[in-house]
Design a binder for this molecule. Sequence first.
Ligand SMILES: Cc1cc2nc3c(=O)[nH]c(=O)nc-3n(C[C@H](O)[C@H](O)[C@H](O)COP(=O)(O)OP(=O)(O)OC[C@H]3O[C@@H](n4cnc5c(N)ncnc54)[C@H](O)[C@@H]3O)c2cc1C
Length: 501
Amino acid sequence: MNRRDFIRTSSILSLPVILKSCGWDNRPVAYPVHVHSDADTGHLIYKSEQFDRIPGGSVDTMIVGGGIAGLTAACKLKDRNFLLCELSSDLGGTSSAWYSDKLSFAQGAHYDMAYPDTYGQEVLEFLESLNIIRHQPWKAAWGFTDEQHLVMHRRKNQCYDHGEIRKEVLPRGTLRDDFFSLIESYRGEMHLPTRLIDEKLRPLDKLSFIDFLKSRLNLTNDFVAGLSYHMKDDYGADAHTVSALAGIHYFICRPYNREVVELFSPPEGNHYFIQKMANYVGGERLMTNHLVKHISEVSDGFHVEVIDVTDQVIRTIKTRKIIYAGQKHALKYIFPQDQHLFQANQYAPWMVVNLVLDRTPEYPGYWQNEMLVEDGTFLGFIDSTTQHMASQEHWVLTAYYCLPPSSRNDLVHVEDNKMKIAEATAQYISNYFGEDISPAIQQVHIKVMGHAMPIPGRDYLFDDKNQYRGNKNIVYAGVDNSRLPLLFEAMDSGILAAGLV
Ligand SMILES: Cc1cc2nc3c(=O)[nH]c(=O)nc-3n(C[C@H](O)[C@H](O)[C@H](O)COP(=O)(O)OP(=O)(O)OC[C@H]3O[C@@H](n4cnc5c(N)ncnc54)[C@H](O)[C@@H]3O)c2cc1C
């Protein structure tokens, strides 16, 4: 079949609608569909009362959570007596990946871009010490050492807008030109980590991106839809919800409009960074399948109840200090004293669907395939043929869905509807290629993340909760402590937390 001869006209059920169903129409598909979720493990927090309790020894510092922030803190405390507990069977959190002998693919965060010289020195020096980046004085920037994972600029992205293909998401025209002139006035001021942004710009965190733009430009519905697509893609919510600071930051934090910025995307996505950090620290103090259930204050530190998920026992570990790098919504069970600090946090649920095909395409693909379709929760997909793959035998298409917080409870229905979800995803991608890809699908993996991304709405940034914590020996790290949901912010939070304990 020729490309573009295939157009599936029947409407595709949106993910929120599919998730409302209890599986009444979940007809089998011709390939296995695997669901990966840590929800059952997380629920052991309140479903483990009958587990045996045993003593678990003592450490100087306990790190809760093995995502980017927790592992960064672990690297910084390498020479100290610490233990990191991660509830999942693998490290990585929202930067996780799936591996087999011949294949690896991202199940969460999938890229980062070269860093200007003006970014935070702490993270730059840290990444350099791990040999991940090196300085490029001729560009006043830091680039990536493993150059094979740089994505070719001309195959970087393409946008599918309800059947039409164009280069960028934001429609071309005067409005787009005016928008970028406006954004241009913030060049050089939108740093990472965001704590480095000058005080004078901080009022931009107090109004929404759309309210900021509305008073300066004549916005059209198409343009707002494009902006909202971009905001969801990086921040988990639309342009009405995220702050003006977050929105401006997205478009100008790196010199995209003036020069080519290196785009780094290994097939395993940002799990690349997790592996580098885990190798640096060494495995024995990084305990996966260990869920922190409860923290109690005692005279000289804390008693931490940790569920060994494999053995189904609760170990009580004595520690002097804690770095809490897990998502903060669970504090209400784990350390209720500080729950109020984070109660304004809103989290976007995400779902990542990896389609593994038994062939590679005849035509060159684009790395990011942005898709504007009826179901605004579907954001498009990454095409593995633009990445440096260990094997040329497979083609992996990694699709992303960003859901509204109101859909979170419906995620319990993913397993019941997994065939339908795989089918709908394949159908969107078939429409994009103009070719039915279903016969080539070998396996599908669905990764479900209920509290995946803190939404940087109004008044979210510049309010590090470590300033107000009740006990100075517990320190908070992670992007959901007043940070933009980005790798660089997560790392900076881990470095700062390690400095505070
Ligand atoms: C789908 C998706 C794509 C993304 N893409 C990008 C990208 O391309 N580039 C980018 O810069 N950023 C991206 N992000 C943002 C990404 O979230 C951050 O960059 C970064 O990975 C966040 O790291 P973190 O350590 O703050 O949090 P998390 O990754 O959320 O890590 C928290 C960890 O704590 C563990 N945990 C929680 N509670 C407990 C407990 N009680 N006991 C034990 N363990 C616990 C969790 O299992 C988890 O592993 C993406 C996010 C999502 C959801």
